[in-house]
Design a protein around this ligand. Structure first.
Ligand code: NAD
Ligand code: MG
Length: 373
C-alpha cells in the first residue's frame, strides 16, 4: 500500500472571504467530510457535465451521503457552448424550484466551463449562495478555480457576462486528473509553466526537472498544483479586481487569444492552453527581438513546452490560417488594449515578465509576418 500523503492547503487571503484550496490525490472520496467541516449546515446542489458525471459523480455523491449532507444534482452538456444564457437560466430556475436558500451551496464538479457557469449561478441566485469548487481538469485546478471570476459567454465574445464571486472551499483531487485526456492535461500544464515564466525562475527549472512525475501523477503533481495555486492566489490577493499586476497572468494570452480567434475557437484545431503555449514562445521571441531578453531564454521556453508535447509554433495549427491583417485586428481587439495602445506582457528573461503598455506596431507586424510565413 502506498502511504497517504498529507493534504496540501493553499489559503487565498481575502479578508473575511478567505478560503482554503485543499490538494491531494483521492480527496473526492472525503469531500463530504471536508464540506461538513468547512461549510457546515448547507444543503448542496451539484452542477456537473455529462462526461464528468459518468466518471466521478458517484464517488462524490457517496461521500456526501457518508457525511449526511443533503444534495441534488443538475447535469449540463460538456463543452464551452454550455457557458450560455439558456443553460444559466435553466440552472437558476431549477435551483429556485429546489427551494435552496442563501446559506446553501452550489458545488461545481467539473472543469472551467462548469466552474465558471456554476460560480455565476451561485453568485446571483438569492443575491449570492455559497459556492464550492471541485475542479476536475488541470486548468481548472491551477487557474480558473482560483480568483473568483465567474461567467458565461455572449455572442459578442467570451466571458463577457459574469460576477466576481469567491468560493468557500476548493477541493482539488489530483487523482481525478488521471481520467483527463493527454491533450487536456498538457493544455493545463501550459498555465502551470506560465507561473514560472512570469516571476518564478526556480519553479520553471523545477518543472524542467520534474515534468514526467507531474504527468505520471506522483506527489510532484500535487506540488505543481499547490505551487500554481499559491502563485495565482498571491496575485489575486494583491489585485482582486485586475487593476494592475493581475495582468501578468496574461503572459502568452494576447497572442494566444488571437490564435484562438483565428481558428474561430475550434477546439479540434486549438485548445486554449495550446494557444497559450504558442503565445508564450512568441512573447519570449518577440522580447528577444526587441533586445529585452536573451534569445537563449526563448529557446529554453520553447524546448520545455515541446518536451511535454505542447505545440510551440503557429505552423503546428492544422488547416488554413487568416492573413496578417486579420491577426493585427485580432490583437487590437484583445481586451488588453486600452485607449488604442497595444499592451503586451513581455519578458526580460525567464521569471522576469512585465507589462509593456505601448508596444510599437511596426516591429510587431514584422515579427508576426515571419511567424506566419
Ligand atoms: P472544460 O471544463 O470544458 O473541460 C474540458 C473537457 O474535459 C470537457 O469535455 C470535460 O467534460 C472534460 N473533463 C473534465 N474533467 C475531466 C476528467 N477528470 N476526466 C475526463 N474528462 C474530464 O475546460 P477547462 O479547460 O477545464 O476550462 C476552460 C474554461 O475555463 C473556459 O471556459 C475558460 O474561459 C475558463 N477559464 C476561467 C478562468 C477564470 O478565472 N474563471 C480562468 C481560465 C479559464
Ligand atoms: Mg488562460
Amino acid at each position: 500500500m502506498t502511504q497517504e500523503t498529507a493534504i496540501k492547503t493553499v489559503t487565498v487571503d481575502l479578508g473575511d472571504r478567505t478560503y482554503p484550496i485543499l490538494i491531494r490525490r483521492n480527496l473526492l472520496e472525503t469531500t463530504g467530510a471536508l464540506i461538513a467541516a468547512q461549510v457546515p449546515g448547507s444543503r448542496v446542489v451539484i452542477i456537473t457535465d455529462e462526461t464528468v458525471a459518468d466518471l466521478h459523480l458517484g464517488t462524490l455523491q457517496t461521500s456526501l451521503r457518508a457525511a449526511a449532507i443533503e444534495y441534488d444534482t443538475l447535469t449540463v452538456p460538456a463543452g464551452e457552448k454550455t457557458k450560455r444564457f439558456e443553460i444559466f437560466e435553466r440552472l437558476v430556475d431549477d435551483i429556485l424550484a429546489l427551494r435552496l436558500e442563501r446559506g446553501d451551496a452550489v458545488l461545481a464538479l467539473g472543469g472551467g466551463v462548469v466552474g465558471d457557469l456554476s460560480g455565476f449561478v451561485s453568485g446571483v441566485v438569492r443575491r449570492g449562495m455559497k459556492f464550492i469548487q471541485v475542479p476536475t481538469t488541470l486548468l481548472s485546478q491551477v487557474d480558473s478555480s482560483v480568483g473568483g471570476k465567474t461567467g458565461i459567454n455572449s455572442r459578442h465574445g467570451k466571458n463577457l457576462i459574469g460576477v466576481f464571486h469567491q468560493p468557500s472551499l476548493v477541493v482539488a483531487d489530483t487523482a481525478i486528473l488521471d481520467t483527463l485526456s493527454d491533450r487536456e492535461f498538457r493544455a493545463g500544464y501550459a498555465e502551470v509553466a506560465k507561473y514560472g515564466l512570469i516571476n518564478d525562475a526556480p519553479f520553471f527549472t523545477w518543472l524542467e526537472d520534474n515534468h514526467s512525475a507531474i504527468f505520471a501523477g506522483g506527489e510532484e503533481r500535487d506540488e505543481a498544483v499547490a505551487h500554481s495555486c499559491r502563485a495565482k492566489a498571491a496575485v489575486v490577493a494583491a489585485d482582486e479586481r485586475e487593476a494592475g499586476q493581475r495582468a501578468l497572468l496574461n503572459l502568452g494570452h494576447t497572442f494566444g487569444h488571437a490564435l484562438e480567434g483565428a481558428v474561430a475557437y475550434d477546439s479540434a484545431r486549438l485548445v486554449h492552453g495550446e494557444g497559450v503555449s504558442i503565445g508564450m514562445v512568441m512573447a519570449f521571441e518577440f522580447s528577444a527581438r526587441l533586445n529585452l531578453c536573451a534569445p537563449e531564454d526563448a529557446v529554453r521556453v520553447e524546448n520545455h513546452l515541446k518536451t511535454v508535447g505542447l505545440p510551440t509554433r503557429i505552423s503546428q495549427i492544422p488547416g488554413q490560417l487568416p492573413p496578417l491583417e486579420t491577426f493585427m485586428d485580432l490583437i487590437a481587439q484583445d481586451k488588453k488594449v486600452s485607449r488604442g495602445q497595444l499592451t503586451f506582457i513581455l519578458a526580460r528573461g525567464i521569471g522576469q515578465s512585465f507589462q509593456e503598455k505601448a508596444v510599437d506596431p511596426a516591429p510587431l507586424r514584422d515579427f508576426l509576418e515571419e511567424q506566419l510565413a
